[in-house]
Design a protein around this ligand. Sequence first.
Ligand SMILES: Nc1ncnc2c1ncn2[C@@H]1O[C@H](COP(=O)(O)OP(=O)(O)OP(=O)(O)O)[C@@H](O)[C@H]1O
Length: 313
Amino acid sequence: MSDAAIEIEGLRKVYAATGREPEKEALKGIDLEIPQGSIFGLLGPNGAGKSTLINILAGLVVKTSGKVRIWGFDQDVNPRQSRAAIGVMPQELNLDPFFTPRASLDVQAGLYGVPRRERRTDEILEMIGLSDKAEAYARNLSGGMRRRLLLGKALVHDPQILVLDEPTAGVDIELRQMLWKNVRRLNEERGMTIILTTHYLEEAEAMCDEIAIIHHGDLLVRDTTRNMISRIDAKTLVIEPVETPPADIALPDGVTLDRRADGRLALNYAKTKTRPGDILAALQEAGVVIADVSIEEPHLEDVFLDLTRSDAA
Ligand SMILES: Nc1ncnc2c1ncn2[C@@H]1O[C@H](COP(=O)(O)OP(=O)(O)OP(=O)(O)O)[C@@H](O)[C@H]1O
């Protein structure tokens, strides 16, 4: 077996036409390997095909063509083993309102054929912070609690791979931090491979080792988060002046100046063309006395916009 958690080759999905809707090619032949033990981000604008991809991995959507191997098991040849290797926390809060968290976890474990003595229901309830709600009906749980329960359900069969589809969309900061703490622990302590989709690029930047960007059903780019960010040849030197600086400052070629509302000066430059020292020298020359200096790095958002803006839908 290779050391990929997921291997995808030439994956296509065409949704059939319905009524007035024409057929839709949601995935146009994706090739992607996701390494074992990574925290992997799947990014893309709305309608890019992320959920389709995840639902194919989860066995919820049937692919049109291509190969999918999960933990070395070909989905078409070994459907049971490939399903057992993956746990999915879905986007929608689709819980049976009359089940308690304990019952939900038990039923899910039963569906995956986990023998009663091997079930870790109490441990999972504890981890997702629902031990004291174990016997409450799902309809009485808050949105945040339901989401935590969905995470618990994804873990009952102790999968090697955990997939999170927009796990933090619309959740408050406390829950977001709790989710990420748990996800990091699962990754670090159990070596679980984590695949997540998110619209929050800052989150992807903070959490993911590697990132793939999907757009209009194609894989645009896949790289380490660090490399992805270093593709952008732009940095910003931020200066806090002691006094209001003069209106005219002669700057090196290619450097642009933004005056921020808080009085700081933001000087944007291409790191391959200009040295920050040259900008500082120009400021001194113009009589700007500097109280503080910092450098802002580009964000994943800049890469994302750069790649997806040219042919926005
Ligand atoms: N069941 C379906 N039938 C027909 N078309 C579909 C179906 N599900 C998704 N699509 C279409 O396939 C494309 C990809 O959708 P998908 O939900 O995979 O995108 P996404 O990247 O997950 O978007 P979002 O971030 O909004 O969830 C979209 O154009 C969508 O309208």
